[in-house]
Design a protein around this ligand. Structure first.
Ligand code: PGA
Length: 248
């Protein structure tokens, strides 16, 4: 039985005031049991979020980390620094990192090794573009991203994969529950072919315009084990409703 996981990816949004307000609303109403919950604010809001969430059912994660442990890498943040702050999670390979920062599967694999070595729980994102889906390449792209990031990794216990079709992120378009389920089942089959991965135990999250109104249907699918939520995670009511759908 895989516990549903709902993760808020706040992207480059927020201020000290809005973080305090949003987390205040979330923490006031978060159920003590049900779905596992994490929020991923920007680096500069991590310490504030960790302090606010201390002792609560909400864990805190980062949206990226460096592949390097320490040193002369201006602007980078290491996995050890995240752990030292109190972070439990890190998102790696988000399509916005792949697109705007030219992150390759090889770089994501290096970041994954660094994050695992530091003791972070990792969410690796995969997903095809609209053109790739329309030309029938969606499965090949996702399989390549999984292999590229995961093959040869030493310790993938507790790994989480997020399937985020690029055409559904922030667009209001969502993969239908059936489309998402088909890709999630495919991802689980790919995982079962990789050494060191327990495919049955690995949670596969869906991401891309998840909101209160579609979470129930998505979570009802056999291989959808939760959600990576962008826009709707900035609205406490929406986010709490998605978390609630994960408890059902
Ligand atoms: P969205 O973003 O929910 O705003 O589509 C999801 C994500 O990018 O993780």
């Amino acid at each position: 039985m895989r516990q549903t996981l709902v993760v808020g990816n706040w992207k480059m949004n927020g201020s000290r005031a809005s973080v305090a307000h949003l987390l205040g609303e979330i923490l006031e109403a978060i159920p003590a049991s049900g779905a596992e919950v994490a929020v991923c604010p920007s680096y500069v809001h991590l310490a504030q979020a960790i302090e606010l969430c201390a002792g609560s059912a909400v864990a805190v994660g980062a949206q990226d980390c460096s592949r390097m442990p320490a040193g002369a890498y201006t602007g980078e943040v290491s996995a050890d620094m995240l752990v030292d702050q109190g972070c439990r999670w890190v998102i790696l390979g988000h399509s916005e990192r792949r697109q705007y920062h030219a992150e390759s599967d090889a770089l994501i694999a290096e970041k994954l090794s660094a994050a695992v070595a530091a003791g972070l729980q990792v969410i690796v994102c995969v997903g095809e573009t609209r053109e790739q889906r329309e030309s029938g390449e969606a499965e090949a792209v996702v399989a390549g991203q999984l292999r590229g990031a995961l093959q040869g990794q030493e310790n993938l216990a507790g790994l989480v994969v997020a399937y985020e079709p690029v055409w559904a992120i922030g667009t209001g378009l969502t993969a239908s529950p059936e489309q998402a389920q088909a890709m999630h089942a495919f991802i689980r089959a790919c995982l079962s072919g990789l050494a060191g991965v327990d495919a049955d135990a690995t949670r596969v999250l869906y991401g891309g315009s998840v909101k209160a109104g579609n979470a129930n249907q998505l979570f009802a699918q056999q291989d959808i084990d939760g959600a990576l939520v962008g826009g709707a995670a900035l609205d406490a009511g929406e986010f709490l409703a998605i978390v609630g759908a994960g408890a059902a």
